[in-house]
Ligand binder design. Structure first.
Ligand code: ATP
Ligand code: MG
Length: 382
């Protein structure tokens, strides 16, 4: 903490690997603080494009393009962890990269991440890494009903197959791409939560209070704070999250998704070294949003206050709502306290995250009821 560190001040340029909605919202926070923004993304129409001074359209494997982005940047961060190591290393050769390549490398592969968590002694459900159909079948035979998850590239519940018995092992392994996969025992979850940790280049740490999260078919539906978990779970989850961020040496943000079992046992589900869907409510519920906090961490600025200033909730808006053109957002805005956030994606597809609704309220229940009511308004009527 005593180490001298010159902060990267407003006026400097922040490079973002990834220009999806997370990059877009982080870039907007950077802009409002007076930073310039450059972005690299494979999609020429990426969400962050309108916010960036310059957008590089290139594949993640294009290390030369990433190096060019880094040459224009005073610091580089990312909104997606599935970036090849060679690209991360090319960035590091020209500008500081936060989080560092090694931490991203550990997190980006589900098998590597889980093995690291187990090795470091963090609590996890029963899990096995498998490489073949036979190994997959054997793992299910040992663990019982399970979820088979591909090690690479899965998100929002994609690349996952739920199985009841070993007889489904071969099909499940092929179903998730037939490469390295993890087989996780299917757990009876009492509740799900996440904790966001911010850690600065100076070593300063700030932890956000846990968010209560609800998933449908493996995709986040809504998130609310305060989660109403009780003091023990709040303290335990925040301490666990802090310990993981410190052990990983994260500079930037680390979101830790956790499971709570029936008997109150807390387990780690997975890590994300970037802003997280379950903390979009931090824009209104916390003194400092996750997006501003990311900018502060990577620039070596003092961290912002993570205190809750109001109960807040978000509800995801997926492409499923675009049945007959865009849904009626004006009607959603009529619900008291509700804000509409859209990511500027031109193409809607079922399951694609197009935006979210947010609200604060006098209580967590009120904030959540508001976004759920607004979502109901958007739903296609049968
Ligand atoms: P995202 O990108 O939305 O975080 P993901 O594709 O990485 O999702 P996971 O976080 O692994 O997927 O799983 C998504 C959801 O599926 C979890 O939040 C949980 O609701 C459910 N789930 C995952 N693993 C298990 C398990 N072992 N037992 C029971 N439910 C599970
Ligand atoms: Mg998840």
């Amino acid at each position: 903490m005593t180490q001298e560190f010159a902060p990267i001040l407003p006026g400097a340029t922040i490079g973002f690997l990834g220009g999806g909605q997370l990059g877009r919202m982080a870039a907007m926070a950077a802009r409002s603080m007076g930073y310039d923004v450059v972005v690299l993304d494979p999609d020429p129409d990426c969400s962050a494009r309108p916010v960036a001074s310059r957008t590089f359209t290139a594949k993640w494997s294009d290390a030369a393009a990433a190096a060019e982005l880094a040459r224009l940047s005073d610091v580089v961060t990312l909104e997606i962890e599935q970036i090849p190591r060679a690209t991360l290393d090319a960035v590091t050769a020209h500008a500081p990269l936060h989080p560092r390549a090694e931490a991203v490398y550990i997190v980006q592969d589900r098998a590597r991440q889980k093995e690291w968590l187990v090795r470091e002694g963090f609590p996890l459900g029963a899990v096995r890494t498998v490489h073949t159909a036979a190994e997959c079948t054997a793992a299910i035979a040992a663990l019982g009903p399970s979820i088979v998850k591909s090690a690479h590239g899965g998100y929002d519940g994609r690349g996952q197959v739920r199985v009841k018995s070993a007889a489904e092992g071969e099909a499940a392994w092929h179903g998730v791409g037939g490469g390295t996969a993890v087989v996780e025992q299917f757990l009876a979850l009492r509740e799900e939560l996440s904790v966001l940790v911010a850690r600065s280049a100076t070593g300063e740490i700030a932890v956000y209070p846990p968010s209560r999260n609800h998933h449908t078919n493996g995709v986040l539906t809504w998130a609310v704070v305060p989660g109403g978990f009780g003091d023990r779970l709040v303290a335990e989850s925040m301490a666990l999250a802090r310990a993981i961020a410190e052990r990983l040496g994260i500079v930037g943000l680390l979101a830790i998704e956790m499971f709570v079992l029936d008997d109150g046992t807390l387990l780690v589900n997975e890590l994300a070294p970037r802003p997280h869907n379950t903390y979009h409510h931090s824009e209104w519920a916390n003194a400092t949003s996750q997006f501003e906090q990311l900018v502060r961490t990577v620039c070596g600025l003092p961290l912002g206050d993570t205190a809750l200033v109001a109960p807040g909730a978000i509800h995801n808006v997926l492409g499923d709502l675009w049945t007959d053109g865009a849904p009626d957002f004006a009607a959603a805005m009529r619900v008291r306290g509700v804000r509409v956030h859209l990511y500027g994606k031109r193409e809607s597809r079922p399951g694609r995250k197009m935006g979210h609704l947010s609200s604060v309220g006098a209580t967590a229940d009120e904030a959540l009821a508001r976004v759920r009511d607004a979502y109901d308004v958007l739903r296609p009527k049968a």
